[in-house]
Design a protein around this ligand. Structure first.
Ligand SMILES: [Zn+2]
Length: 326
């Protein structure tokens, strides 16, 4: 079965389509069904749940396709291959629900915005399809709008740039230490540079627009020069017994000669660092490209998936009727 065929099948079962995800409720559990991240022949079901998933639960689900945990969710994968599709889908739905119920893992009931239950709707928020109060979603959107408008008005490029530079220095420290202590360059540590730069900019109230994205990228690349220079300063301290200050002024003087400049900043290690920082920018892109505009539009997107919780409506009506009977 192809994923689009599964989508069609789920639509017939009452699931709602949002982009490539299918949203619905299985036995009270709000679920999101997507293509599996690592395989085109598999789909993932993300169950929104209450409470912590213990090892025991993971073990019970491992036979049924356990694929991962979120803050309030558990993900199960199943194969789309035609031959055993029905069985796999059954494992990932009926059997998983049974296992969760038996282990006391109940469907999520608390609204992620206000934390209380008796949610009148469902919506795709954060990591999954979750119970929400329609009113909370509205208030959340208004709040986000106000906050971003305030940033548009009072955000400051200068303080933001200072924050970005400080963030870049902080993000560079683990890289400097790994080069000095382990004599190694780790690609993963380079992802910290754009992240710290971005959050530094944000923390010092920089205006969150495209300029922020450009500043984050430029400062991250400049950070590689900072790392190379800091490593050279520390090596001179180590080899010649200079104080940090002596080493700093000596190195700064040395940089005036093009040969030394080239030697420090354009050696094979620094080229690797440049490549790694670019990879770091790519892997953190979804975070560092977050602007006021994208924050507002992703908050507005929630409305597109907002669906009434029929159980709630039913029980609400039932309670009303009971009250009327009395
Ligand atoms: Zn709420």
């Amino acid at each position: 079965m192809r994923f689009d065929e599964l989508q069609e099948l789920l639509s017939r079962k009452g699931f709602q389509k949002y982009e490539s995800a299918m949203l619905g409720v299985i036995e009270g559990y709000p679920v999101m069904i997507t293509k599996a991240a690592n395989s085109s022949s598999q789909a993932s079901i993300t169950y929104s749940i209450d409470g912590k998933v213990t090892r025991k639960v993971m073990k019970a689900l491992s036979k049924l396709g356990y694929a991962g945990l979120g803050k309030n969710s558990v993900k199960v994968n199943f194969s789309l291959k035609d031959k055993k599709f029905e069985e796999k889908y059954d494992n990932a739905t009926t059997k998983v629900v049974k296992a969760l119920q038996e282990l006391g893992i109940m469907p999520q009931t608390a609204c992620p915005i206000c934390g209380s239950s008796e949610c009148d709707s469902y919506a795709l928020m954060g990591e999954g399809y979750q119970p929400v109060h329609a009113k909370c979603v509205k208030n959340y959107q208004v709040g986000i709008k106000e906050k971003t408008e305030k940033n548009e008005l009072s955000g400051n490029y200068f303080t933001g740039l200072i924050g970005a530079l400080l963030g870049g220095v902080v993000g560079s420290v683990p890289n400097i230490l790994s080069i000095l202590w382990a004599n190694k360059i780790y690609a993963v540590l380079f992802a910290l540079i754009p992240l710290c730069t971005y959050y530094g900019y944000k923390l010092l109230r920089g205006k969150l627009n495209k300029v922020c994205v450009v500043i984050t990228m430029l400062v991250s690349i400049i950070a590689v020069f900072f790392i190379e220079f800091a490593v050279t300063v520390m090596m001179v301290v180590d080899q010649f017994g200079f104080t940090i200050q002596e080493s700093f002024t000596t190195c700064l003087d040395m940089m005036k000669t093009p040969e030394a400049f080239k030697e420090v900043f354009f050696n094979s290690d620094s080229i690797t660092s440049f490549i790694f920082v670019i990879i770091g920018i790519i892997i953190t892109w979804s975070q560092i490209s977050t602007t006021n505009h994208s924050i507002v539009s992703s908050a507005e997107e929630i409305s597109k998936t907002l669906t009434p919780n029929l159980n709630y409506v039913d029980s609400y009506v039932a309670t009303e009727e009971k009250v009327n009977e009395i």
